[in-house]
Design a protein around this ligand. Structure first.
Ligand code: ATP
Ligand code: MG
Length: 364
């Protein structure tokens, strides 16, 4: 199976004097047999990146190598069908007037595979996505999840070494998405195909990926394991995009080697790891996940106080907004059985070891 090396890749659209950079100086090393995800908000350049990898568009700068072979550069692009890749498109359009079999066999016909062999390969691809027996149905006789799997089978049947998937689950309801998520992961493990998966859903990215590339404004912000991007975000954009986070302004009080003390608003201090080059008095921004804040009934000598301003019961957790004396409001998640009332005073403890500190003030 195949790895992909992307080096300094850039692509702009529009006339030269007012062109828009959809992808800027992207470096990405995708090892073979990996499930990697391109994650970012709408318009950040995910589809453009995937289309560059697939060979549908020519880069303005940079290169793409697949297993050491140069497949894209500004001067030459190996066409999509010469790359050993399959692609499931964002609007996964299966052909409505073709049966499941006809949809899936299409790519093999293009490649002039003899009929008997093509039938065998289609049967194999359908078995891989659990659609055996539905060959003669038309898409309007299938559920959304089944149609999605037809689109998958259609790209699997040509035995790609790399499968590019552009938000393939976005049209499904929540339960089916979760089910298909598991199926995709199992499929990737079983086939060993390198999956490059695009989503704007951070929960999906965390659940599926060996590595996540977080993209914002056409630029790579961080490339790491799900654990790394969630718990050690490289910057505030990543922290903000990967799940819920409180971004709080603070000031540096003390600096030791790599660590230090910061003050958040009134009288809350945290001993944290600091970015290199931080000095005493610097303004910083602290990212605190709601699950890393503890609320307790205030007692004698307890840590600083806040007041509950809002609470929401969410089944497996309870969520609170706790307003500090400084006026700053923190979002907090607790066990559902830990109950505080609105307006109740509480003590706040923050697990500083799980906070990330970034330079500069919080952008409002
Ligand atoms: N062919 C094109 N011509 C002009 N601009 C384009 C073209 N394709 C994409 N863009 C622009 O490039 C930017 C990135 O688009 P892209 O489709 O890669 O985003 P995306 O991350 O896939 O977004 P989404 O999550 O909404 O699918 C957008 O601002 C888009 O409008
Ligand atoms: Mg897209």
């Amino acid at each position: 199976m195949a790895g992909i090396a992307i080096k300094d890749l850039s692509k702009s659209f529009g006339p030269r004097d007012e062109s828009f950079a959809a992808v800027s100086n992207l470096d990405l090393d995708i090892k073979d047999n990996q499930f990697i995800t391109l994650l970012g908000p709408s318009g950040c350049g995910k589809t453009t990146t995937l289309r560059l990898i697939a060979g549908y568009i020519v880069p303005d700068a940079g290169t793409i190598h697949v297993n050491g072979r140069l497949v894209s550069s500004p001067g030459s692009v190996v066409p999509p069908d010469g790359r050993g890749m399959g692609m499931v498109f964002q609007n996964y359009a299966v052909w409505p007037h073709k049966t499941v079999f006809e949809n899936v066999v299409f790519g093999l016909k293009l490649r002039k595979i003899p009929a008997a062999e093509a039938r065998r390969k289609v049967a194999e691809a359908l078995a891989q996505v659990n659609l055996t027996g539905l060959e003669e149905r038309y898409p309007n006789e299938l559920s959304g999840g089944q149609q999605q799997r037809v689109a998958l089978a259609r790209s699997l049947v040509v035995e790609p070494e790399i499968l590019l998937l552009d938000e393939p689950l976005s049209n499904l309801d929540a339960k089916l998405r979760e089910h298909m998520r598991t199926e995709l992961k199992v499929l990737q493990r079983r086939t060993g195909i390198t999956f490059v998966y695009v989503t704007h859903d951070q929960a999906e990215a965390l659940a599926l990926s060996d590595h996540i590339a977080v993209i914002h404004g056409g630029r790579l912000q961080q490339y790491g394991t799900p654990y790394e991007v969630y718990s050690k975000p490289a910057n505030r954009l990543v922290a903000d995009f990967m799940g819920l986070v409180n971004l709080v302004s603070g000031k540096v009080l003390e600096v030791r080697s790599g660590t230090g003390k910061i003050e958040l608003g009134h009288a809350i201090t945290l001993d944290v790891a600091l970015p290199t080059g931080t000095s005493i008095g610097d303004n910083v921004e602290v990212a605190i996940r709601p699950e890393n804040i503890r609320l307790t009934k205030p007692g004698n000598g307890s840590p600083p106080r806040a007041k509950i301003s809002e609470r929401t019961f969410l089944g497996n957790i309870s969520e609170y907004y706790a307003t500090l004396d400084s006026g700053q409001t923190l979002r907090v998640q607790t066990h559902p059985l830990q109950v505080f009332a609105v307006d109740e005073p509480v003590a706040i403890e923050i697990d500083a070891s799980h906070c990330s500190v970034f330079r500069g003030s919080a952008a409002k």
